[in-house]
Design a protein around this ligand. Structure first.
Ligand SMILES: *[C@@H]1O[C@H](CO)[C@@H](O)[C@H](O)[C@H]1NC(C)=O
Ligand SMILES: *[C@@H]1O[C@H](CO)[C@@H](O)[C@H](O)[C@H]1NC(C)=O
Ligand SMILES: *[C@@H]1O[C@H](CO)[C@@H](O)[C@H](O)[C@H]1NC(C)=O
Ligand SMILES: *[C@@H]1O[C@H](CO)[C@@H](O)[C@H](O)[C@H]1NC(C)=O
Ligand SMILES: *[C@@H]1O[C@H](CO)[C@@H](O)[C@H](O)[C@H]1NC(C)=O
Ligand SMILES: *[C@@H]1O[C@H](CO)[C@@H](O)[C@H](O)[C@H]1NC(C)=O
Length: 548
């Protein structure tokens, strides 16, 4: 008996595998059209029509933002529903999941885990959900059913997997501060770094905008004239398996999954949008799963694939899909709290000096920067002429401008307006102008000048010639001077030998000579020439500093 049953099972398995191979072979006939199932299961619109819409690179925002719920407590509740569609008498099965605190509990996941999109991987929702430990999961973003290529924008747990280049399709995203975003995004919006997306996925058709059905507008916005005819309308009007994501007034995320089979069971997008509206959704977009939908509970304990075989053999018919939406236990976002805080009960407790949901920003209250700076996420940015953590220090003498990086270019290089660099300056009171600081300034200026010349000298080749010329001239002069000195010494030496009595006369101690000068004694030209060069340096330095 058991043997017969096992044989039966094997036969069925074989049949399923054969069916799958047949389907895969068939879908490869047309790369662009979704044909995941024989018998016309799944929407048959052309991806090319939907995806080749005009990209929105810059331009005005056309999306809605909503602050996410951030209460602690229960992560989510899910319920199965059975609905009798009025007008068309048919029963529709599905799941609706209310997710609290979505910033910390919802992730867009690549198929099979990180890197899955890059490898064009396809996995069942169950496989991806089991690996990631999801409480609930369902299929999310569009992909090419033949190649497995992920389509549109994908940001997963703060990691930008790919961007659509601004192609206009309905998007769902969560920003770093927890803002929920629904609608159309320009590429600038997607790449924005001031409050970047930590989760982002692309659907097709914005179902509800501000509580109203938005399908007609989507048909225009998401495709140009040519796409309005034919396929895209069919995609909207046909009953099928569906998945979608929306939010309610409290900022809870709403996940919808509808069981179905194209043209046989399920809902069309008009019915789907209306049903979501009745369920409390305010904004919502339609997602996709390659013509199928699967809802998974507790990682893998229970799964509800729409793609049952005709004899209800669910286990062999779950489709391999692309990205999924995963509801998981509360988690910090980012998980390491940017290295500036500790993750306690799924919330970042920032260390002193840091703030933000993920402790990504420095604490920088307006009074900290005072009247001379502005507060930014990375600290105080000082006005021109000011510096320091609190912008309370004036630029050092000789420098001006933003961050005090520019050098004064005045006759007196140490005095210029610290804000503008103007040479007609009234220095702020904070300027510590002592003789001491002025001397420092002069020294710094000279050092800078020397360093610049040094750098210029190192720059080949146009300065080399000049440098060589100067060097040769200097050497020649030095040689000449030494020659003269030598000659003079020679003369003096011979004189001394001839007249030894006058030997003392050629030496005059410096102090005595200075005394002689003070006494008004006029020196002979010969002595002046003899005077030590050290004396001249002293007098020049003194006059230099008294001028300052
Ligand atoms: C964006 O919207 C503003 C008004 O809301 C309008 O003045 C502006 O022209 C729009 N820009 C573009 C590029 O459409
Ligand atoms: C929850 O979000 C609101 C703004 O939406 C914010 O003011 C509040 O601080 C947040 N609470 C927690 C615990 O993060
Ligand atoms: C959508 O457009 C069709 C025809 O263009 C119209 O008949 C229908 O009433 C519109 N629906 C909504 C909800 O605006
Ligand atoms: C925190 O994690 C992110 C990735 O999620 C990483 O880029 C960053 O370097 C990490 N920071 C620290 C301080 O470890
Ligand atoms: C220099 O500044 C003084 C006072 O700030 C001002 O009265 C004078 O006109 C200025 N001179 C020039 C040439 O700008
Ligand atoms: C000026 O410098 C002196 C000593 O260098 C210091 O004691 C004083 O506090 C400084 N004044 C200001 C306004 O910075």
């Amino acid at each position: 008996m058991a043997l017969v049953s096992a044989k039966h099972l094997c036969l069925r398995l074989l049949l399923c595998v054969q069916l799958y191979v047949a389907k895969t072979a068939r879908s490869s006939v047309d790369d662009d059209v979704l044909l995941p199932y024989a018998h016309g299961h799944g929407p048959s619109h052309s991806h090319r029509h939907v995806r080749d819409c005009q990209p929105l690179i810059h331009g005005n925002t056309t999306h809605e933002s909503w602050a996410a719920d951030n209460h602690s407590g229960l992560v989510s509740t899910s319920r199965m529903f059975v609905k009798n569609m009025q007008g068309a008498p048919r029963w529709v099965h599905g799941h609706m999941t209310v997710v609290h605190d979505p910033l910390r509990t919802v992730s867009v996941l690549e198929p099979g885990g990180p890197g899955g999109c890059g490898m064009n991987q396809r996995s069942t929702v169950k496989e991806t959900a089991r690996t990631a430990g999801c409480l609930y999961a369902q299929n999310a973003g569009f992909f090419r059913t033949q190649s497995g290529h992920c389509l549109g924008n994908v940001v997963s747990d703060g990691r930008r997997v790919q961007d659509s280049g601004g192609v206009q399709n309905a998007q769902f995203g969560i920003r770093r501060d927890g803002t929920l975003v629904f609608g159309y995004l320009s590429q600038d919006d997607v790449l924005d770094q001031s409050n970047p997306f930590v989760q982002l996925v692309s659907g097709v058709v914005w179902l509800l905008r501000d509580g109203e059905v938005y399908i007609n507008q989507s048909l225009k916005a998401e495709c140009d004239e040519t796409q309005e005819t034919g396929h895209f309308h069919n995609f909207v009007d046909v009953v099928s398996a569906r998945t979608a994501v929306g939010h309610d007034a409290d900022g809870n995320l709403l996940l919808f999954q509808i069981d179905g089979k194209t043209s046989v069971r399920g809902m069309n997008l008009w019915e789907f949008a209306e049903f979501m509206k009745q369920s409390g959704a305010i904004n919502a977009i339609n997602l996709d799963g390659g013509g199928s939908s699967t809802f998974v509970v507790d990682g893998s304990l229970a799964s509800y694939p729409s793609d049952h075989c005709d004899n209800d053999e669910r286990w062999c018919c779950e489709r391999r899909v692309s990205t999924i939406l995963c509801v998981h236990p509360r988690r910090c976002q980012p998980s390491n709290c940017s290295g500036n805080g500790d993750c306690i009960d799924g919330r970042c407790q920032c260390r002193q000096g840091w703030q933000g949901v993920g402790c990504e920003a420095r604490v920088c209250l307006p009074p900290v920067c005072g009247p001379r700076g502005i507060c930014t996420a990375s600290g105080c940015v000082c006005h021109a002429g000011w510096r320091g953590h609190n912008c309370n220090q004036v630029c050092p003498l000789g420098f001006f401008g933003l961050s005090c990086t520019q050098q004064c270019r005045c006759d007196d290089p140490c005095l210029c307006d610290p804000q503008t660099g103007s040479c007609n300056a009234t220095l702020p009171e904070e300027t510590n102008l002592t003789l001491h600081t002025a001397g420092q300034c002069l020294a710094k200026q000279m050092f800078t000048l020397w360093r610049r010349e040094e750098e210029a000298r190192r720059e080949p080749p146009h300065l080399t010639e000049r440098t060589w010329l100067i060097l040769i001239l200097s050497l020649t002069l030095l040689l000449a001077a030494s020659l003269l000195l030598h000659l003079e010494r020679g003369c003096r030496g011979s004189l001394a030998v001839r007249f030894p009595k006058h030997r003392d006369y050629s030496y005059l101690p410096l102090t005595d000579r200075a005394a002689a000068c003070a006494g008004g004694d006029t020196e002979t030209p010969r002595r002046r020439h003899d005077s030590d060069s050290q004396d001249e340096v002293w007098s020049q330095t003194r006059s230099g500093s008294s001028e300052l």
